[in-house]
Write a protein that binds this ligand. Structure first.
Ligand code: GLN
Length: 455
């Protein structure tokens, strides 16, 4: 009830939610009854959960922020949603996002932008700005996001929340509307590292419905966070800082907060080691070829026949005319831009020059990580170059929007886990800043230990 009341109070301004679950209170009451009757319940039973609209749900519409899926009802729940329901969590609603998760500001949502609760004139990050804003504004205690190039970690950075992108394959994407299948991961957005661990424990693990899902015996991430909070996990930890990411690329307050966090980690026994990752900075260029290529293929299924909207331009229109009219009306400008880029990059004669080269850069970035993790346990970077920018500031400049992803993208290209943790406020604008930690694949628990220690 407190969260529903809070949504009523602030969501007209924040616009974190696209849909609020009208049955939330009823579901919570049912959980209370089960608990009162003596049933042993999960630690998160009864806890409300905000769900990014990229994740399909049977009881609420799933639009992925697009007009083309307006009102779409899925016949099944995403695996992460069914696991949350099985733990007794209460789906509170669906959160706003950039259309098909393309963007860093939530301004590309077909349903209007979400605003940053810290300053309503600023963006809450993207694409999962709705989930991060809901948690930051106390409209929800926990949220689910998806991260293809930073859409969990960058919104966490600009809203002062914790955002975790698990190892690729660590959490099921079954029922996550695909953006770029070789990069997409689902993960938690929360207020504390331990909360993220608790939620990750619920949603993670192998899923036979997702062919990329890892078979791995994952440790408890909530336990890892507890260990980090009470133990000496920082003693002797080798923490890598990337030489090729100079401070000059970052807003002064972001760089200052990052160095403050490094000093605190060093004071508790971490050894700061300079490492080289020479291809890290080419991540953005490679990503913005690989992502549009995969997205153009994934979005081909919105053909006016199988899902969502259908526009018939005139009586007797052919299938092609209906398809073209539907996609013209249903997709927003950023989605069209990427479909055109991706189709071009994949076309005969250009494939090797664009997609092929980007894949080679991706391999070089993976090798950079392999070499770096031979020397250090965890890598640290600022989570993004700047604090929350103003609404409208970058909307007409796609390149500026894309460059915002420079520190988050490499983790997706390499499949490694990454977490963003708040480190305070930037001095010049009083807005939240986050530090990002990266670990080798399958070492997600390490991020919870280090993150909780810093917290
Ligand atoms: N800013 C990235 C993009 O626009 C975020 C993608 C994501 O993680 N969903 O592609």
């Amino acid at each position: 009830r407190a969260h529903l009341a809070r949504i009523l109070d602030v969501d007209a301004d924040v616009h974190a939610f696209l849909h609020v679950n009208e049955r939330a209170e009823q579901i919570a009451a049912e959980i209370d009854r089960r608990r009162a009757s003596g049933e042993t319940m999960h630690a998160l039973a009864g806890v409300p959960l905000a769900i990014k609209d990229v994740l399909v749900t049977t009881d609420m519409p799933s639009t992925s922020g697009s007009r083309i899926l307006e009102g779409y009802m899925s016949p099944f729940d995403a695996t992460v949603v069914s696991r949350a329901r099985a733990a007794g969590m209460v789906p509170l609603g669906k959160t706003n996002m950039d259309e098909f998760a393309m963007g860093s500001s939530t301004e590309h949502s077909a349903y209007g932008p979400t605003r940053n609760p810290w300053d309503l004139d600023r963006i809450p990050g993207g694409s999962g700005g709705g989930s991060a804003a809901a948690v930051a504004a106390f409209e929800a205690p926990l949220a689910l996001g998806s991260d293809t190039g930073g859409s969990i970690r960058q919104p966490a950075h600009v809203t002062g929340t914790v955002g975790m992108k698990p190892t690729y394959g660590g959490v099921s994407r079954y029922g996550a509307i695909a953006l770029a299948s070789s990069l997409d991961q689902v993960g938690p957005v929360t207020r504390t590292v331990r909360d993220a661990g608790l939620l990750h424990d619920v949603i993670g693990g192998h899923d036979p419905h997702d062919s990329t899902s890892l078979r791995h015996d994952w440790p408890s991430f909530a336990e890892a966070a507890l260990e980090g909070a009470r133990g000496d996990v920082l003693k002797g930890l080798r923490l890598g800082v990337i030489r090729e990411l100079p401070d000059s690329g970052f807003q002064a307050g972001v760089a200052a907060s990052f160095h403050g966090a490094l000093d605190a980690l060093a004071a508790h026994g971490a050894e700061i080691v300079e490492i080289s990752a020479p291809h890290f900075e080419y991540g953005v260029a490679a990503y913005y070829l690989i992502l549009p290529a995969e997205a153009s293929s994934n979005l081909a299924k919105f053909d006016s026949v199988r899902f969502g909207m259908r526009v018939t331009p005139h009586a007797g229109a052919t299938v092609e005319e209906v398809m073209a009219a539907t996609r013209e009306a249903g997709f927003g400008p950023e989605v069209k831009r990427r479909i055109i880029l991706g189709t071009y990059a994949l076309s005969a004669g250009y494939y090797d020059a664009y997609y092929g080269s980007a894949q080679k850069v991706r391999t070089l970035i993976q090798r950079d990580f392999d070499a770096a993790f031979g020397q250090v346990d965890v890598i640290a970077t600022p989570s993004a170059p700047t604090t929350a920018f103003r609404l409208g500031e970058r909307i007409d400049d796609p390149l500026q929007m894309y460059l915002n992803d420079v520190t988050t993208i490499p983790a997706n290209l390499a499949g490694v886990p990454g977490i963003s943790i708040p480190t305070g406020l930037a001095e010049e604008d009083g807005l939240p800043v986050g530090i990002q930690f990266l670990a080798p694949v399958r070492e997600d628990a390490r991020l919870y230990r280090v993150g909780a220690a810093l917290e």
